[in-house]
Design a protein around this ligand. Structure first.
Ligand code: TUI
Length: 306
């Protein structure tokens, strides 16, 4: 399927992988890119030199394009923005903020810039020179905005001329076809790739997603303007209780410190943070990234050609 996004990025399928903290490392990124999508290394809160190593390891596994997600709340974002250029990365996505201050440097280096937005902030991104935007609805896992994918994507499509990538709640060919009907020219997928064979995520985390039901996610941190979606557990129950008691943002942040890593790497899905999107309820099995992508594209193409 050819769209302005497959052209822009030089990829076979209009699927990009989410830049998920602790999850989007070189094995996953290389597997998604090898399967014809765009794999991403997630910068998250990692030091810049760790991101550089991840980029190099991914490049050793695939000659296909890979990208980097720069999480703008990271204390290392400035350095990671430079590492991207030094390592010859062709495309960046950004999350959790406004990437304006890096755009000139990336443009000068020929890096394609794809900010993730959760509102028609997309319009400003286009004015600054973004090549495309990811419109991410609040069905997504992790740090989210307020609008659903169904309402956000067509509004962003109408607001900008650059191509739009839909994200949030997409996990199969039906979701891809629906996103295309809303005017998107590609999709970003996170949660489904978390359970892929190539994902280094702890088996407990994968099984928690596989067993999740439709209503199993919760949003923490809304009262402080930092909503984060994760699967319900002891951690989210405690967080919500303290949030209702009016604890400060700093106290609540302290509670979550290191908890995503504990869930992803150590498999503590009870007290750790299990970030996942609402589509977790529809993800039933582990597969290779190639099997996932081929299956989703076949289903989407059938639906769109009907
Ligand atoms: O960034 C994400 N998802 C993430 S980042 C992350 S790491 C983290 N962990 C705990 C707390 C906070 C972060 C986990 N998941 N998605 C992309 C995204 N970007 N969603 C929403 C936004 C966004 C928000 C505000 C984009 C732009 C924006 O602009 C603010 C402004 O300056 O106008």
């Amino acid at each position: 399927m050819n769209t302005r996004i497959t052209e822009l990025l030089g990829i076979k399928h209009p699927i990009i992988q989410g830049g998920m903290a602790w999850v989007a490392e070189h094995h996953l990124a290389a597997a998604v890119s090898e399967a014809g999508g765009l794999g991403l290394i997630g910068g998250a809160n990692a030091p810049a030199e760790v991101v550089r190593e991840e980029i190099r390891k991914a490049k050793a596994l695939t000659k296909k394009p890979i990208g980097v997600n720069v999480m703008l709340l990271s204390p290392h974002a400035d350095e990671i923005a430079k590492v991207v250029v030094e390592e010859g990365i062709g495309v960046v996505t950004t999350g959790a903020g406004n990437p304006e201050k890096y755009i000139e440097m990336w443009k000068a280096a020929g890096v394609k810039i794809i900010p993730v937005v959760a509102s028609v902030l997309a319009k400003r991104m286009e004015r600054y020179g973004a090549d495309a935007v990811v419109a991410e609805g609040c069905e997504s896992g992790g740090h989210i905005g307020e609008q659903t994918t169904m309402t956000l994507v067509p509004q962003v499509v109408d607001a900008v001329s650059i191509p739009v990538i839909a994200a949030g709640g997409i996990g199969d060919g039906r979701g891809i076809a629906a996103a295309f009907m809303l005017g998107a020219e590609a999709v970003q997928i996170g949660t489904r790739f978390v359970v892929s064979d190539e994902s280094i995520v702890h088996e407990n985390y994968k099984q928690r997603i596989i067993k999740a039901k439709d209503i199993d996610s919760a949003v923490t941190g809304r009262s402080h303007g930092h909503p984060v979606r994760c699967l319900r557990n002891q951690m989210t129950r405690e967080y919500v209780k303290l949030e209702q008691e009016g604890k400060s943002f700093e106290e609540l942040e302290y509670l979550t410190l290191g908890k995503l890593r504990e869930a992803v790497q150590e498999g503590d899905i009870t007290n750790g943070t299990v970030m996942a999107g609402q589509i977790a309820g529809m993800i039933y099995k582990t597969q290779t990234c190639k099997e996932m992508i081929d299956e989703m594209m076949e289903q989407a193409e059938k639906l769109l050609n009907r």
